[in-house]
Design a protein around this ligand. Sequence first.
Ligand SMILES: Cc1cc2nc3c(=O)[nH]c(=O)nc-3n(C[C@H](O)[C@H](O)[C@H](O)COP(=O)(O)OP(=O)(O)OC[C@H]3O[C@@H](n4cnc5c(N)ncnc54)[C@H](O)[C@@H]3O)c2cc1C
Length: 317
Amino acid sequence: MNNFGWYEPKTIEQASAAMKSDGALMAGGIDLLCMLKERLIEPKRVVNLKSVSGMRTIENGKTIRIGALVTPETIEGDANLRKRATVLAEAASVVASPQIRNVGTLGGNLCQRPRCWYFRDKDVFCLKKGGDRCYSVDGSNEYHAILGGGPCFIVHPSDLAPALISLDATVKTNTRTIKIDEFFVLPEKNVHAENVLEPGEIITEVELPAEWLDAKSSYVKVRERPSFDWALTSCAVAFKMNGSKVSAARIAFGGVAPIPWRSKEAEEELVGKEISESTARTAGRAAMADALPLADNPYKVELAVNTLVMAALQAVQ
Ligand SMILES: Cc1cc2nc3c(=O)[nH]c(=O)nc-3n(C[C@H](O)[C@H](O)[C@H](O)COP(=O)(O)OP(=O)(O)OC[C@H]3O[C@@H](n4cnc5c(N)ncnc54)[C@H](O)[C@@H]3O)c2cc1C
């Protein structure tokens, strides 16, 4: 890695200003240090967000506010979240390994960079790094996008993100409030970034609105290596129920698209219906109707359908 300075800001304003003068923000450091070691970034300074006080608590009220420095381990173990936002606690419990869940943070999890092997290879100058092509198109693409891809075909690596979409969360930064549906950005809009954060913008907390707390919700993740791995496919579902029927639904997939992929098609399929294997499968097929798999990943289409089926049944059991 390159030589870099170390900065311990005391306030968000100091951290933000340092980021604007070639400083890289670090929270848990798990992804940022990989990026440094792989020479994918070469900042003048690393700005340690953990030296700023606050952002480490979960505040329960009408809404639930989770600080940006809260770890997946804390989310996973929080009894109130487990009860009122089950999908998020379940997603946190399958992030990486126990060690990473203990050190990583909510803000870092949402802003981690993609794991595409072409992007992560310092010697490959791909589209995302300013080059002129996405090597996954004609290369090895078994882990790449089947929806929303082009011109780049990464998949978004976060497990917490689909869960937060299913709960209609709000991301708060030092300068504004962003609905989670508007936080992530497709490569066709901006191939160099995965979210809409501006230079110097820092997530301070994520808020779960009252409207989706206590919904019946669940997160299912399918991975090659069960001990710790990113999702081949994952699915977050939240249902409001009227008796045994769904009155409102929010559904998002992980592992299938460059952003956590909300499926309004699947949601519409399930509203007014009881959840059964059959209705969930129809919803899954609706979600994947526009899928355009690459050469090595047609398996993801049926896997995603089945992931939704498992998540939906688990949510209402
Ligand atoms: C081996 C391995 C396996 C993994 N498996 C999974 C997995 O299965 N599921 C999963 O979801 N993740 C997985 N991860 C990713 C891991 O969870 C993330 O790297 C971690 O969540 C990042 O959190 P962090 O706090 O360490 O972020 P950092 O590494 O500190 O930062 C990551 C990025 O986010 C930015 N950032 C951090 N905090 C903020 C903030 N508050 N506001 C704005 N920008 C910010 C940083 O500038 C940096 O660009 C895995 C990582 C590894 C190394």
